[in-house]
Design a protein around this ligand. Sequence first.
Ligand SMILES: CCCC/C=C\CC(=O)SCCNC(=O)CCNC(=O)[C@H](O)C(C)(C)COP(=O)(O)OP(=O)(O)OC[C@H]1O[C@@H](n2cnc3c(N)ncnc32)[C@H](O)[C@@H]1OP(=O)(O)O
Length: 280
Amino acid sequence: MLRTKVLSLVARSGPSRLMSTATKLTTVEVNDKTGIATLTMCRAPVNGLNLELLKDLKTSIDEIESNKSRGLILTSSNATIFSAGLDIMEMYNPEKERIRAFWTQLQEVWLSLYGSSVPTAAAINGHSPAGGCLLATSCEYRVMLPKFTIGLNETQLGIVAPKWFMSSFLSVLPQRQAERALNQGRMFSTEEALQIGLIDETATSKEEAVEKCAAFLGTFARVNPLARALTKQQFRAADLQQLENERKDDLEKFLFFINQPAVQKGLGIYLEGLKKKAKK
Ligand SMILES: CCCC/C=C\CC(=O)SCCNC(=O)CCNC(=O)[C@H](O)C(C)(C)COP(=O)(O)OP(=O)(O)OC[C@H]1O[C@@H](n2cnc3c(N)ncnc32)[C@H](O)[C@@H]1OP(=O)(O)O
């Protein structure tokens, strides 16, 4: 599964340029006028976050960070799914070394995205459960299309969202709302998400969502970038530091939990349900 990465500038067309082709699981396009980078997840069929997609996401976020883009917009190439969250196949009957690498990479992605010095926004153009919601809530602003769902549904799968998933959620929702939603494993419709403040705006098309994200990122145009970045990072420092301090422990806890026979059984039943539904 190891692939070679091409990380140089590869194409120039119109006002934007493709910064990275990576492995085609993500693309990064920079708008030459605004300096805003659009990072698109493109892993068929549902942008399930497997080890390879997580690696590409991390590489792309790092690229955007080091190229001093004016902003990052995270979105999906799938017309109805932003991201289905963690690829359950990575956690079901896992292979010992790969699952360690998988969780470590997820930690890396969260640390980079939530802690990014570049302003971030998510154009949520489809369903966004669990890990998808984690990515969206790690950004500073969210614009979502109608008739989709977003939320941390882990308890519905019999699994527990780690502390840092909660941190991202809590950076958006008040504690009481966040706690209730997580305990219930609640998925919010676009309208409900707007009402509760889980998203900031709605849009009728992906293009409009990206435009609205760009307008939000544009509000920082006259703000000193260093002052803005340091302010953001101070707000998020305690959450980031907590995971940095507990990374090994967090990994071991995850491995212990996921390998419990009852958890494996629950994941198996959930996967079976997904597959049955897909066949209908
Ligand atoms: C201690 C651990 C902490 C872990 C923290 C986070 C956990 C997670 O992120 S777990 C993942 C949670 N995600 C979900 O519960 C979403 C499940 N999927 C769905 O609800 C729907 O698939 C979705 C609404 C995203 C899309 O619906 P459809 O457009 O109708 O697609 P299908 O349901 O037909 O799915 C197509 C195809 O994809 C497979 N699939 C879907 N989601 C996942 C997933 N998360 N992981 C792996 N595979 C997934 C689905 O089974 C279908 O497969 P095939 O039958 O082979 O076509």
